[in-house]
Write a protein that binds this ligand. Structure first.
Ligand SMILES: [Fe+2]
Length: 295
């Protein structure tokens, strides 16, 4: 059986058939998937009942796994999963659903805002691979937006204006918009803003895209309110219906996306039901712009 990819949205998202992700990939299979990512930016695989080890092994075909530290308020001793996996569930270490007002849950609600994974790191992530181990009976979709198509649809004047702009990204900005603004001194240090270009060029496809996320809280050299108003305008543009696909999860789906070319957000669900999603993340290769360290 060979891999086939069928595009399921007018501008992006491929549905993949003909591969069992539990087994080691051949070099040809890995190359076909990477090429599919470069073209479609999001790939959907159904019926992949993976263990953590199998998910990690599959992920390693695409680069180095980003260590899941510094992206959360969960403390190391509270972790449910290994450092190779980001825990996108609503469960604590004992596999119990977290209370509605649990600080970790409230922080994680930031995933319901449009974002690109790890844009708050100096070297932002390449791919994310999210495996649905257990899903709620309704809701909890993940929506994706094609930031290449959004860039292509900008007028020339706007493209010229944003070409060299640099935004500052921090988890404190995205959480702040939800009214989650209390951070310990240690968290403030961990979540210190980093710089990211607003326009980036994909290293494989050569396509330009808007590099936006709710983590973006200002633009270097701009007054903050003007920057935020503009970032909000661009985000509204980029998340119009024609650029967005909603993935309705089935148990054992694996969805992988290119954080360099897309944004995504989780949608609400009944918080008393279990949603066990586990993410492996492929580290990016370079910063998008030089960082300036605070003195
Ligand atoms: Fe995410």
């Amino acid at each position: 059986m060979s891999i086939t990819i069928r595009q399921i949205h007018p501008v992006f998202v491929g549905d993949v058939a003909g591969v069992d992700l539990r087994r080691p990939l051949t070099a040809d299979e890995a190359a076909a998937i990477e090429a599919g990512m470069d073209r479609h930016a999001v790939l959907v695989f159904h019926d992949q009942n993976l263990t953590d080890e199998q998910q990690i092994a599959f992920s390693r075909n695409f680069g180095t796994i980003e260590r899941a530290v510094g992206g959360n308020v969960t403390k190391d001793h509270e972790r449910r999963l290994s450092f190779d996996m980001a825990d996108i569930s609503n469960l604590d270490k004992e596999n119990k659903v977290m209370a509605r007002d649990d600080r970790r849950r409230m922080f994680n609600l930031g995933n319901e805002l449009w974002h690109s994974d790890s844009s708050y790191r100096a070297i932002p992530a390449k791919f994310s691979l999210l495996s649905a181990r257990a899903i709620p009976s309704a809701g909890g979709n993940t929506e994706f937006a094609d930031m290449r198509a959004a860039y292509d649809a900008l007028d020339d004047k706007t493209r010229g204006e944003i070409e060299d702009l640099v935004a500052e990204h921090s988890l404190m900005y995205s959480r702040g918009t939800l009214g989650f603004g209390e951070f310990t001194p240690e968290e403030q240090k961990t979540f210190a803003p980093v710089r990211q270009r607003l326009v980036r060029t994909h290293p494989a496809s050569g396509r330009k895209s808007l590099f936006l996320a709710s983590h973006a809280g200002t633009i270097v050299g701009w007054p903050m309110p003007e920057a935020r108003a503009f970032l909000r305008d661009l985000t509204e543009h980029a998340t119009q219906r024609q650029f967005v696909h909603a993935h309705r999860w089935r148990q054992h789906d694996l969805v992988m996306w290119d954080n360099r070319a897309t944004m995504h957000r989780a949608r609400r669900y009944d918080h008393t039901q279990v949603r066990d999603m586990r993410r492996t993340t492929i580290a990016g290769s370079a910063p998008t712009v030089e960082q300036v360290r605070a003195a």
